[in-house]
Design a protein around this ligand. Structure first.
Ligand code: PMP
Length: 382
């Protein structure tokens, strides 16, 4: 027996054309979908490095939480290396970016404090914020004026939470302005770098380091499941923050630590990052190509969404879920893996294909994709 209301909710989604379903992967499609921006998830070089790192070691579970049997010198050395790489005092590993955000926001901002967060922030940040006893207000996406207005209601310690590169829109937060504001007013800036880690900065340290703002940012959330081609995450910041999280963050304390195989993959992926300059350049060139092609076709701003997007996340907006699903199907049949993103993952009316660029995509492939999008989208929006 299944409660009637669950069935009704599923039916409701199906009727609107937004029922989430697992899609069996089709092999051989050109990847314009995954977050494997640099191709590390399938890199032969990384495989060899990981195999060498794992040789002769056990590959099973960590056997407990980091505070009990799950700790290792290897994990602590990895954290020290992460802190050094990202130019911070300390790092603390979490099992995923989701866990890192929930673990951070549910424990650090406390009763009597305030969290001001960009409305486009990732679900894991919002879930952590819901678990926090601090009061919280969303401000309009990338809107500093609205942030100023919301600041009037702030009390206690004030945390400002943003993503450096937004996961669905692909635009950047105005980090320099935010950092200046936070410094001036004594606010704590928290930046989720899930989608900029590996992509920006001289060695892929992220956007905060590229902009030289590391001293002005209180905490950064780095995830390893995207450009690093692995999984897991770390919160990067002051030593006292690391100590606080390992004492009070339940998403860190009450969970089995990452297994050695994961730590080894993260460590070796980081070893490769500095050598991937060319790939980072390719990504930027492809982003420019996509934006230029849309501009030349006269659909820039209509189908591309707002904001400057010089990174790997681009989009093709089409608000009708049924038309969007059909477009995705047509493009997939032509050999390109693109996926539609529906509400509530994005706000209703902003449904889109999330077009993800990779260092291994070619200009010709992107050109073909753009032609397909232009050719098969309903003419009303062209
Ligand atoms: N933060 C952002 C901005 C994300 O896009 C994601 C993943 N979609 C996460 C956190 C969660 O990271 P993970 O996949 O490692 O749980």
């Amino acid at each position: 027996m299944v409660p009637e209301r669950l069935l009704r909710q599923l039916e409701n989604r199906a009727q609107k054309g937004i029922l989430r379903q697992l899609q069996t992967p089709t092999t051989g499609l050109v990847d314009f979908c995954s977050n494997d921006y640099l191709g590390l998830a399938s890199s032969q070089e990384l495989t060899q490095l990981v195999e060498a790192e794992l040789a002769g070691t056990h590959l099973h579970g960590a056997t407990g939480s980091r505070l009990l049997s799950g700790n290792s010198v290897y994990a602590q050395e990895l954290e020290a290396a992460l802190a050094l790489f990202h130019r911070a005092e300390a790092a603390l590993l979490f099992n995923s970016g989701y866990a890192a955000n929930v673990g951070f926001f549910s424990s650090v901002p406390q009763r009597g404090d305030t969290i001001l967060y960009d409305e486009a922030s990732h679900a894991s940040m919002k879930d952590g914020i819901r678990l926090s006893f601090a009061q919280s207000f969303a401000f309009r996406h990338n809107d500093l004026e609205d942030l100023h207005a919301k600041l009037k209601r702030a009390r206690g310690d004030v945390y400002v939470a943003v993503e450096s590169l937004y996961s669905m829109d692909g635009d950047q937060a105005p980090l320099a302005d935010l950092a200046a504001l936070c410094q001036e007013q004594g606010l704590y800036l928290v930046v989720d770098e899930a989608h900029s880690n590996g992509i920006y900065g001289p060695n892929g340290e992220g956007l905060v380091v590229e902009l030289g703002l590391q001293e002005q940012v209180f905490a950064r959330i780095m995830t390893f499941g995207k450009a690093l081609g692995s999984h897991g995450a770390a919160v990067i910041g002051p030593k006292a923050l690391q100590e606080f999280l390992l004492n009070f963050s339940r998403a860190f304390i009450y969970t089995t630590a990452l297994p050695f195989a994961s730590l080894a993959t993260i460590k070796t992926a980081y070893q490769l990052l500095p050598s991937l300059d060319q790939d980072r350049e390719t990504l930027k060139k492809l982003a420019k190509q996509y934006q230029n092609q849309l501009t030349e076709s006269g659909v820039f701003g209509l189908n591309s969404g707002k904001g400057t997007k010089n990174g790997p996340i681009q989009s093709w907006h089409l608000a009708d879920p049924h038309a969007l699903k059909q477009l995705a199907g047509t493009v997939q049949e032509a050999g390109f893996d693109v996926r539609p993103i529906f509400s509530p993952t994005v706000p209703p009316g902003t449904e889109r294909l999330r077009i993800v660029l990779h260092a291994f995509n070619t200009q010709e492939q992107l050109q073909q994709l753009c032609s397909l999008l232009l050719q098969h989208s309903p003419s009303v929006i062209l």
